[in-house]
Design a protein around this ligand. Sequence first.
Ligand SMILES: [Fe+2]
Length: 341
Amino acid sequence: MFLRNAWYVVAWDRDVARTLLPLTVLGDRIVLYRTTRGTPVALEDACVHRKLPLSLGRLVDDEVECGYHGLVYDFSGRCTRIPGAKHVPGIAKVRSYPAVSRYGLVWVWMGDPTQADPASIFEVEHWDDPAWGRNSGGSMTVACNYLFITDNLLDPSHVAWIHRTSFGNEACAEEPIQTVSLHNGVVASRWMRDVDVAPFYAPMVSFKGRCDRLQHYEVRYPSHAIIKAVFVPAGEGARQADGQHPQAMIMDSYNFMTPVNENQTIYFWFQLRNFSVNDEDLSKAMDDGVRAAFAEDRVVLEAVNEGFRNKVTPNLDLAIDRAPLTFRKKLAQLIAAENPT
Ligand SMILES: [Fe+2]
């Protein structure tokens, strides 16, 4: 089950052009294209006649022509032409999904169109801030249920084991995690005091020696996350909590997960940083490093998905699962509210 009344990222803006792009989102087959004016359009990918995917047809100006008998649909999903027929019946219509380009991504509203408000799209702080740098980001398909990824992104401790050569080190193994439930999501966070800088970040910090490090893992409903990493010289973490420390190195990692179906998820990400703003080599290194680290997650998450599908004894939840379980419980309530029995 999925939350329908929500925006989901379905593609990079750069990948949506004057072609018909087939996608599956929350189990729905969708065709995505861009109008001549640049607006993204998302339609049900099935002709009303013989249910041939419209993505097998062709784009004619701003309309889609079915590849079987030439029925034509406009951006609202309304059929505007049936070759050989004197008139087009009013019921000749495919579903249209509200679609918006923002932050270099295309977002599609999967629920009741009358509730679609672009103002509710996840806000990316500092997106257009010249004092912050940005890497181009990436995406990958992960063969797991999306909730195993939200689990992962509410679990700061996993970096100690999955990412021991990049995001994590031994310091990340034991420090307790605070969980806070918000109206729109859950935060799992902790400050680690007087620890080594983990390998991925070590070349980036502007100070020498050990650090205080904040891990702020925040996932909002249904499946969008900001992971904030803050590094300051050891002993200075309390000052950074006020946002004051001049040497603070901050990396905001945005993570948007879109379920394809119950066992497959498309994962989109990019990072913003408050240092080396115009350093293209660093942006490239971050893209490469993050992709390699997320590939480490993918191996584990896909195996966990299989483990849960084939389990013969119950799984045991631990104290570190508090944030993921809080998130799952509230999201399940939101989904249930959309599906009254
Ligand atoms: Fe990870």
